[in-house]
Design a protein around this ligand. Structure first.
Ligand code: TRP
Length: 356
């Protein structure tokens, strides 16, 4: 179904990602991954199946993993929120609960890594206002909020993302297709920097997108599942909360359950989620539930989610009870990220002749 709508860039990205997966399997040590989330609320099961599980898989395969808590990005569209510290520590707890190993991985917040942010300035000099304006996320924001309201930080956010990636010298960024244009801009910035300041020996590797076969889960109201829309099943939800959330999930009036994302998006998303929990195909799930209808689908999904996430939730509850530990993990990660970003900035200054 998606093949019909995918652009040539997405198809090429998928092809390249398949090659990258093989390269990772051969030599995981050749890759450094940067991935991240904005601290705007609790991570949910859509994040888990779409991206978090994939990070843990790659970490276990032996790839070096850096996980960015993009706190400045949370400030692109709102004032500093008093909930930010809790949201940030909440993300750390989510990461550890799903299996990110703080001994091997680096979890950090970009506001805490000065050198990373300083790279934004030289990088801004390498792109034009028109190029940034063509970025789909910026364009969309410009269209909805308008340039009178949109902050300069929002406008430059794809360049900031390039600074995140290149400060860490990451060469692989697992993303959804919506993030491909950001990656393309990061590659352009890396290339231009190399051409201008380091023509004989490219300094930055051009980071590559690793597209996962991430399924698009809808929220319980049929819109995109989102932290901010209040339509998600948070990872940390209790068994009772999960049951209550699913009870109000939107379905439709057809009794027989089928998997038909185009015509029955809400029911199909629930079927897909159950299939993901059971490690099976949505068609198999739809067939099994059949005429037993939406009530049976919701009942089975409640049990499946609660089984699947029981361990993660128990770990997360333990972790959340010890904020001192979470702060320590983050402080260690920040320190490690600082060492890497300081070295990058040092080299960049030398290459740019701004080292005196
Ligand atoms: N833009 C990403 C998002 O909205 C978060 C992010 C910021 C990120 N910087 C990054 C992801 C660097 C990967 C690499 O979810």
């Amino acid at each position: 179904m998606s093949a019909m709508t995918d652009t040539p860039a997405v198809l090429a990205g998928q092809q390249r990602s398949a090659e990258l997966e093989q390269a990772i399997a051969r030599d995981p040590g050749a890759f450094r991954i940067l991935t991240g989330d904005r601290p705007t609320g609790a991570l949910h099961v859509g994040h888990y199946f779409g991206s978090l599980a994939n990070r843990v898989r790659l970490q276990r395969a032996g790839v070096e993993l850096l996980v960015l808590i993009a706190d400045y990005q949370a400030l692109t569209d709102r004032d500093a929120a008093a909930t930010l510290p809790d949201d940030v520590l909440g993300l750390v707890a989510d990461y550890l609960a799903i299996g990110v190993d703080p001994e091997r991985a680096t979890i950090f917040a970009h506001s805490q890594v000065a050198a990373l942010n300083q790279l934004l300035l030289p990088f801004l000099s390498l792109v034009s206002v028109a190029e940034i304006s063509r970025n789909p996320t910026v364009k969309e924001e410009m269209a909805t909020a308008g340039s009178d309201v949109m902050s300069g930080l929002m406008f430059t956010y794809p360049v900031h993302q390039a600074a995140d990636i290149l400060a860490c010298r990451a060469n692989l960024v697992p993303v959804g297709k919506d993030q491909l244009p950001h990656l393309e801009l990061s590659r352009i910035i890396a290339r231009r920097f190399n051409e201008r300041y380091s023509p004989d020996a490219p300094f930055f590797a051009e980071p590559e997108a690793l597209l996962s076969a991430a399924p698009m889960l809808l929220g319980l109201d049929g819109r995109k599942m989102s932290k901010s829309l209040g339509n998600s099943i948070p990872l940390r939800a209790t068994a009772d909360e999960t049951a209550r959330l699913l009870a109000r999930a939107v379905t439709d009036s057809q009794r027989r359950i089928s998997y038909d994302p185009a015509d029955r998006p809400e029911v199909s998303s629930l079927v897909l989620l159950l299939a993901l929990c059971d490690d099976t195909q949505p068609e198999v799930v739809a067939e099994r539930i059949g005429d037993r209808g939406a009530a049976a689908l919701k009942a089975e999904l409640t049990t499946a989610l609660n089984d699947r996430f029981a361990g993660i939730r128990a770990r997360r509850a333990e972790l959340a009870a010890d904020p001192g530990h979470l702060r320590k993990v983050l402080a260690t990660g920040n320190e490690r990220a600082r060492v890497v970003a300081d070295a990058t900035l040092h080299a960049v200054r030398k290459l740019m002749h701004t080292s005196y």
